[in-house]
Design a protein around this ligand. Structure first.
Ligand code: HPA
Length: 278
């Protein structure tokens, strides 16, 4: 808690007490939303006390404060993955700091493999539910009662109202928007064909290596959550190809304009911020 407080105090001081209402986490190859931000402050992770530092080349590692459609946001450009060797507490550290800064709703994006045969590469899939197959989770250990309850409810993790808003935006902009269940695996290797079959059998529509830890920590703190996957490769029999990271980034880049439009329009619909809770 002291580390969270140190990071929060530092950011309050560096940003002249900027209070973000909405937090956004940008996934692999999905940084273009940054161009839509009226940027006020951009703070590299390595300057923030106790912040983990990103080790993946495609993640540049900055916390950006500014406005999207006149709404105050904080954006993580680059996130932390369990497979990089961080503890789950480190992976979710920025989400907890976001909450302490005043964030009320969290918007998350990621790159994911498509398990549902109806999907195509570069589709967007709104996450309606998840399955956690990471080997651990950020709430293990003594509960931090000030953050949230020991046994947080997970019966409705992804906010139904924001999902409905996303569907309205998609309908009015002719954007194809899939919905489905995201399964989070530890990685860093991609899956075998047998594993893809297994993930499909247990009810997943897309598979990736992130998002679920952050969302668990966010729901623990009662943040309202919205998450969207960009389908970067298809993992169904007959469509499975050797995965090359450059292809994943290219598929993400193709989807970026749609993702940017969706998140920007969603932020617009959230209305002015409520009074800071903490
Ligand atoms: N599996 C796991 N994670 C991924 C994939 C995948 O096929 N594609 C993008 N992230």
């Amino acid at each position: 808690m002291q580390q969270l407080q140190d990071a929060t105090d530092f950011l309050i001081q560096q940003t002249n007490s900027f209070v973000p209402a909405y937090g956004i986490i940008l996934g692999t190859g999905l940084g273009a939303l940054v161009n839509e931000i009226d940027i006020q402050y951009s703070i590299p992770y390595d300057e923030i006390p106790h912040f983990p530092v990103s080790t993946v080349e495609s993640h540049s590692g900055k916390l950006i404060f500014g406005q999207i459609a006149d709404r105050p946001v904080v954006v993580m450009q680059g996130r932390f993955h369990y497979y990089e060797g961080y503890s789950m507490e480190q992976v979710v550290f920025p989400v907890r700091v976001m909450k302490m800064l005043g964030v009320q709703k969290l918007f998350v994006s990621n790159a994911a493999g498509g398990l549902n045969p109806e999907f195509n590469t570069s589709d967007l899939m709104v996450i309606t539910d998840h399955i956690n197959l990471q080997p651990t989770n950020p709430l293990i250990g003594p509960n931090k009662d000030i953050l949230g309850p020991r046994f947080p409810d997970m019966s409705e993790v992804y906010d139904a109202e924001i999902i409905a808003q996303a569907q309205q935006i998609a309908a009015s902009t002719q954007l194809t928007l899939r919905t489905g269940v995201y399964v989070s695996v530890p990685g860093p290797m991609l899956e075998t064909k047998a594993e893809y079959r297994y993930l499909t059998l247990i009810g997943a529509d897309a598979v990736g290596m992130s998002t679920v830890p952050e969302v668990i920590a966010a729901r623990h703190m009662n943040l309202r959550c919205f998450a969207v996957s960009v389908i970067t490769d298809m993992c169904v029999p007959g469509k499975i190809k050797k995965v090359i990271i450059a292809d994943i980034l290219a598929a993400a880049a193709r989807a970026e304009p749609n993702l940017t439009l969706l998140i920007k329009e969603l932020i617009k619909l959230q209305g002015p911020p409520l009074v800071k809770e903490w």
